[in-house]
Design a protein around this ligand. Structure first.
Ligand code: SAM
Length: 232
C-alpha cells in the first residue's frame, strides 16, 4: 500500500533524469558522418582561401547584400558565425550589429580565426571575437547568442547532431538559427555537389528539428543554395 503510493511519485521524479541520460548518451555516441572532409581546413592558410571564398562566381559571395538583409541583423545583437572561414559574414554582421553588439567568428581553423581578428582590427571593428572550436561544439556558453549563422558549413559538420545541440544551448530562448547550404538535388546539382554534400534540404530540416528547433522560414532568394531559418 505504502509502496504503491511512493512508487508513482519517485517514478515521476526519475523519468526526466532517465530520459536526459538516454538522450545525452545517444548524442555522445553519434558517429562521424563526414570523416576526413575537413582535413584541409585544420591547417588552412587564410591567404590561400581568401580568393576561393571571396571572389565573384560564388553565390554566397555574390549575394552577400541580400543574405545580410534577410538575416535581419539588429543593433546590439550577439551573433555566432559558425564556420566563419575568411570572415566574409563575420565582418558584415559586425558592421550591422554595431559597437553594442558582438560577433563570434567560430572556426576550426586557427589561421582563419586569427586573420579574421586581424581583419577586424584593421577595419576598426572592436566587436568581433574569434573562437577556435572543435568538431563537436561551438565553444560558446549557454544563452550567449541571439543568432547562429551557418553558411556553407553545415555539410562540413562531422557530428551534426552533437554540434547542433551545442548551438541550441548557446542560443537564448526564441533565438534564431540560419542555415545556408548547397541544394543537393540530382536534377540541378553538379556532380561535385552531389559527391561533396551529405544531406539535402529536407534531411537538414529533419536533423535540425530533431534537436528541438522549429522551422520558421524557407527563403527562396538563392539558386544553388537554400536559406532556412529556425527558432529555438
Ligand atoms: C566552405 S567554408 C565556408 C566559410 C564561410 N562560412 C563562408 O561562407 O565564406 C567552411 C568553413 O567551415 C569550417 N568548419 C568545418 N567544420 C566546422 C565546425 N564543426 N565548426 C566550425 N567550423 C567548421 C571550415 O574550417 C571552413 O572555414
Amino acid at each position: 500500500m505504502i509502496a504503491s503510493k511512493i512508487f508513482p511519485y519517485s517514478l515521476t521524479l526519475l523519468l526526466p533524469i532517465v530520459f536526459t541520460f538516454i538522450i545525452s548518451n545517444c548524442r555522445a555516441e553519434e558517429q562521424n558522418v563526414n570523416p576526413g572532409i575537413n582535413n584541409y581546413y585544420y591547417d588552412a592558410k587564410f591567404e590561400q582561401w581568401l580568393a576561393t571564398f571571396e571572389s565573384p562566381g560564388r553565390e554566397v559571395y555574390d549575394k552577400k547584400a541580400a543574405i545580410v538583409r534577410e538575416a535581419q541583423i539588429k543593433p546590439g545583437m550577439r551573433i555566432a558565425d559558425i564556420g566563419a572561414g575568411t570572415g566574409l559574414y563575420s565582418i558584415a554582421f559586425a558592421q550591422q550589429t554595431g559597437e553594442k553588439g558582438l560577433v563570434y567568428a567560430v572556426d576550426i581553423s586557427p589561421d582563419f580565426v586569427r586573420n579574421i581578428e586581424r581583419r577586424a582590427k584593421n577595419q576598426g571593428l572592436k566587436n568581433i571575437k574569434g573562437i577556435i572550436n572543435n568538431q563537436k561544439e561551438i565553444g560558446l556558453p549557454q544563452n550567449s547568442i541571439d543568432l547562429a549563422f551557418i553558411c556553407d558549413t553545415y555539410h562540413h559538420f562531422e557530428y551534426p547532431l552533437t554540434t547542433l545541440q551545442s548551438v541550441y544551448q548557446a542560443l537564448t530562448s526564441g533565438g534564431k538559427l540560419i542555415i545556408i547550404d548547397f541544394k543537393r538535388d540530382p536534377h540541378i546539382s553538379t556532380p561535385w555537389v552531389m559527391g561533396h554534400v551529405r544531406a539535402n534540404k529536407d534531411k537538414v530540416i529533419n536533423e535540425v528539428e530533431s534537436i528541438g528547433f522549429k522551422l520558421t522560414d524557407d527563403k527562396n532568394i538563392l539558386q544553388g543554395n537554400f536559406f532556412l531559418s529556425f527558432s529555438k
